[in-house]
Design a binder for this molecule. Structure first.
Ligand SMILES: C[S@@+](CC[C@H](N)C(=O)[O-])C[C@H]1O[C@@H](n2cnc3c(N)ncnc32)[C@H](O)[C@@H]1O
Length: 289
């Protein structure tokens, strides 16, 4: 790949998915895309790049998919799930008691460990949510990881990373053996709490509806500042004014113009900052048809 081809690819990838590849990633990009170009029917890397430079949507989407980082695990970052159990769920069990409905968004859900960890927390919270309509919407840019989340199947390696043994026994069943160990399926009750949708965070969030809680963890870290600002503005429009946003431990909302303010003593947890200026194009009120 020539330096100019690589620059075009970086630019297209940033526009399409927000992924911000630094110049020193050329070798990584080549090593990921070469086998992918063959499997995807583009012939070789040059063939794939031709399609990308010609603006062919499938080629651009495929490259974005190949370049995403899908690292995840059950209860990744224990503090985030402590905030969910100790702050978010108790508060919402009171404030939503008359509506008895909760909508939680796992934005950038990868292979499903995050939305199912959320589902386990809500289920184990117990009686306060009995009979409630609980919907966890799991979205990702990558259709491949979304399909894996939808299948709800996890390897022995997956369940050994972060999932306490009593939760494995309570919420999963063994469904078969492979040469590398047992395969586990999430229980149907938890599986039914999670709805899957492909979604690019650079797009308008309105079709997904409004949420009480948004988990968007370890996703913004791959974006540049301008993209982060744009995505945060979109998330704020999709979150009820008294809702909660959870970011990853290494992600922060720093600028004064950001639409969120940090919880004073819960790292990674944010509320909407109702004093922040509105996102461009946003309206201060809801339009009712
Ligand atoms: C590192 S994983 C994080 C998974 C999970 N949230 C966690 O913290 O364990 C980041 C995920 O964000 C997704 N992603 C990257 N860019 C995206 C975009 N523009 N729109 C939606 N999802 C995106 C990737 O496909 C990937 O699955």
């Amino acid at each position: 790949m020539t330096p100019s081809e690589f620059d075009d690819l970086r630019c297209l990838l940033r526009q399409h998915s927000g992924l911000d590849l630094s110049r020193d990633k050329q070798a990584l990009v080549e090593s990921r895309l070469t086998p992918f170009a063959r499997r995807g029917g583009f012939g070789d890397l040059a063939g794939l790049l031709r399609q990308v430079r010609a603006g062919e949507p499938r080629a651009i989407a495929d490259v974005a998919e190949a370049m995403t980082t899908n690292e995840t695990s059950f209860f990744r970052d224990r503090a985030a799930f402590a905030h969910l159990r100790e702050v978010i769920l108790p508060a919402l069990s009171r404030s939503r008691a008359s509506r008895r409905r909760l909508r939680i968004w796992s934005a950038g859900c990868s292979t499903g460990q995050e939305p199912y960890s959320i589902a386990m927390c809500v289920k184990d919270f117990g009686a306060p949510f009995d009979g409630w309509q609980i919907e966890i919407v799991a979205t990702d840019l990558s259709r491949a990881v979304l399909q894996r989340s939808e299948d709800g199947l996890f390897s022995q390696f997956d369940v050994q990373r972060g999932l306490p043994i009593h939760m494995l026994l309570d919420h999963f069943m063994p469904v078969g053996e492979t040469p590398v160990g047992q395969v586990w399926r999430i229980n149907p009750e938890l599986r039914a709490m999670v709805t899957h949708r492909p979604f690019n965070l650079l797009h308008d969030c309105a079709p997904l509806g409004m949420f009480d809680v948004i988990f968007c963890r370890n996703v913004l870290i791959a974006f540049d500042d301008a993209t982060r600002t744009k995505v945060l503005a979109g998330l704020s429009q999709a979150l009820h004014t008294d809702g909660y946003l959870m970011l990853g431990g290494a992600e922060t909302v720093r600028r004064l113009t950001d639409p969120f303010k940090p919880h004073p003593d819960r790292r990674g947890l944010y509320r909407r900052d109702l004093r922040a200026p509105l996102a461009p194009g946003a309206m201060p009120f809801k339009v009712v048809a």
